[in-house]
Design a binder for this molecule. Structure first.
Ligand SMILES: Cc1ncc(COP(=O)(O)O)c(C=O)c1O
Length: 374
């Protein structure tokens, strides 16, 4: 997919795209930190102090202080002993696969998962099977044929905001001799769970993940990104010291790639600090999200339940949604229509993203204009 659109401001409730300022409900800056002045200043300061980047790998001298600080703050945020910070959340699944594939005989992947999950599953070079996210029968059936399995999924659908049934997956996998459940919680980190640790915290499983200890036959391993709700940039794998050390050694990402860039590390460390200092940001995000969900329901639309900051709404067919998208755009409101993406319905969907810094009058404005269009 190619786009000729240009974003000409930071992403936020008001965003300039192709020289027009829109009331913006796209993307993933859920906690509204991408343009936070302290985050920007911390990025600039790191850039001035350390240059663009260290021009070496983490295994040499690439751990500049802001990179180290991101790992320490991420560990604090997730309540873990350590965390591995790297250039992009896209490779997080590849790193986990490199760490655990040798202990499995087959990989089973949610067919609607994000592209990076599907690609990482293929890269495992294990026999490859797919299951639809809610097709527990197929998952249980395939799993029965193998002694040791790697099951991969994203935790939250990137476009529709649907949650995978993680407890049901675990119940099935506990029957295996050895199982690994690898979850990419890119859209749950910072949003779901009492402390924003994602879907596994939301369903009460957080402390028992990302550890090599214990004699359970099932290991749940979670990875994600700091580039969405958490307001920074780059991939993250938190966990116990041993777990993180294995993740660092598993692929050559640690010793074969440039360490994260200075500005992004400086900004990310500051964003994590703000997220921890201001848990009310997450509360405001939930209040805003609930407000918009309810408002859309009052317009007669079917809106998925849940606390994710983004969700997909399907209204009629492709042409109808393209028209709604265009009509909103003409009124200065940007709600992306996603026509094709992994894990979405054939006809596509309107993807609504809510931010902690959307004001109620902005949400009301969207609802008023939408009411006029429908
Ligand atoms: C589920 C999921 N994983 C990973 C990524 C990529 O993360 P990053 O942007 O940090 O590379 C995305 C981005 O959209 C995503 O939706």
């Amino acid at each position: 997919m190619t786009s000729t659109s240009f974003m000409q401001s930071p992403p936020g409730p008001e965003t300039v795209i192709d020289s027009t300022r829109y009331l913006y409900f796209g993307g993933t800056s859920y906690l509204g930190l991408a343009a936070h002045p302290e985050v920007i200043e911390a990025g600039c300061e790191a850039l001035r102090t350390y240059g663009v980047h260290s021009a070496t790998t983490r295994a040499r001298f690439g751990t500049i202080p802001p990179v180290d600080l991101v790992e320490r703050r991420a560990a604090e945020f997730f309540g873990t002993e350590d965390a591995f910070y790297f250039g992009s959340g896209y490779v997080a699944n590849h790193i986990l696969v490199s760490a655990f594939a040798e202990e499995a005989d087959a990989v089973l992947v949610n067919s609607g998962a994000h592209y990076c999950v599907l690609e990482a599953a293929r890269a495992s070079r294990l026999p490859y099977y797919t299951f639809a996210p809610r097709d527990l029968g197929t998952l249980a059936e395939i799993v029965r044929d193998f002694r040791r399995v790697l099951v991969m999924s994203d935790a939250v659908g990137p476009s529709d905001g649907s949650l995978v049934p993680v407890l049901e997956y675990c119940r099935i996998l506990k029957g295996c001799e050895r199982a690994f459940l690898l979850l990419d919680d890119a859209h749950g980190f910072g949003v779901l769970g009492d402390r924003g640790r994602g879907l596994v915290e939301e369903v009460g499983m957080w402390p028992s993940v990302n550890s090599l200890e214990g004699d359970s036959s099932l290991s749940v391993c979670v990875c994600g990104t700091l580039a969405k709700a958490l307001g920074g940039f780059g991939g993250i794998i938190p966990g116990t010291r041993d777990f993180v050390s294995r993740a660092r050694r598993s692929s050559h990402y640690f010793d074969g790639a440039s360490a994260p860039a200075s500005a992004e590390a400086g900004a990310t460390a500051k964003a994590l600090e703000i997220v921890m200092q201001k848990p009310n940001l997450r509360q405001t995000l939930h209040t805003n999200t609930e407000y918009l969900r309810n408002g859309l329901r009052a317009l007669g639309l079917t809106v998925p339940a849940g606390r994710t900051a983004h969700f997909g709404v399907t209204i009629g067919n492709r042409a109808r949604m393209e028209n709604i998208h265009a009509a909103l755009k003409a009124r200065g409101i940007m709600v992306p229509y996603i026509g094709a993406y992994t894990g979405i319905p054939e006809e596509g969907l309107l993807r609504f993203a809510v931010f902690a810094n959307h004001r109620v009058d902005q949400l009301d404005h969207l609802l008023t204009e939408l009411r006029a269009i429908l």
